[in-house]
Write a protein that binds this ligand. Structure first.
Ligand SMILES: [Zn+2]
Length: 272
């Protein structure tokens, strides 16, 4: 079952039964769904209960928990640098793992979950640059979205900035528990510098501070100050002394955890 909450005018944050979030952004003319969840439920039908406007699908990156719901739409778009990840994560090995997770969570899956054929997303064509980042702007009608390519969690990760609301949607490039340990993730220093540079670039461009953040693994709106404090906390000294954790894979994963907030960064210390 989906849960949806209108967090700003024109912005509805939706969680699926598996616990991942996606966001419907609506202007006066059309709408964009940013990510599609695990695909265990018909997200297209659900979104149509929220808006009568045409909806296009934009993917934050190529991981299964954000892309498997594309099946209900057919068409989608994403950064070309994550297309390999999309192919891998819609493959049978990954789908088998998701089906097992769904069973453990007592979430029913569609009969054709293993056999349904995915249409490959179209590659986003970025038109210009925002500082060092490729970007394009989508005008939904009185709602402008900057679609910005910010490599980090994956090479093709994109974030969205809604200037009217001073709201940043980070996808998996930042969550209060951020994972930068995947084989395709950037080295942790580069991820951190990209995120800091992104904030600096947007605040300079618009002449005002970012106020809010929506993440892909959190149902609630975060204060942008939390994101900034998180990035400052993950300094070189802490990265160097972070203890190792066993993620069950042969990757040199280390963890920084900050209490009382519970902020966590998991990263591959071996990747330079
Ligand atoms: Zn991810």
């Amino acid at each position: 079952m989906f849960r949806a909450k209108k967090v700003f005018p024109g912005v509805t944050h939706i969680s699926d039964a598996m616990g991942v979030s996606m966001t419907l952004i609506e202007g006066t003319e059309r709408a964009i769904l940013f990510d599609t969840g695990y695909g265990t439920e018909n997200v297209k039908d659900f979104v149509q209960t929220l808006t009568g406007k045409p909806v296009s699908v934009l993917l934050s990156h190529g991981h299964h928990d954000h892309i498997l719901g594309v099946r209900w739409f057919g068409k989608s778009s994403m950064c070309s640098e994550d297309l390999d990840e999309f192919r891998l994560r819609t493959g049978s090995l990954q789908r088998t793992k998701v089906a097992k997770q769904a069973e453990q969570k007592c979430v029913p899956i569609p009969e054709d979950f293993m056999s349904v054929i995915f249409t490959e997303p179209e590659a986003i064509i970025f038109e210009d640059f925002s500082g060092r980042f490729e970007q394009k702007t989508e005008d939904l009608g009185q709602m402008h979205i900057q679609v910005i390519h910010v490599p980090g969690h994956t090479p093709g990760s994109i974030v969205l900035y809604l200037k009217e609301l001073r709201l940043l949607l980070t996808g998996d490039d930042w969550n209060p528990c951020t994972w930068i340990w995947f084989p395709s993730s950037l080295p942790v220093h580069r991820w951190r510098e990209n995120m800091k540079e992104l904030i600096h670039t947007l605040e300079k461009e618009h002449g005002q501070e970012i106020l809010y953040v929506l993440c892909s693994h959190q149902p609630k709106v975060r204060d942008a100050k939390e994101l900034k404090a998180f990035l400052e906390y993950m300094d070189d000294e802490r990265l160097e002394s972070a203890p190792a954790v066993d993620m069950g894979v042969p990757i040199e994963t280390h963890e920084i955890r900050k209490e009382p907030e519970g902020w966590t960064l998991l990263f591959d210390k071996g990747k330079k």
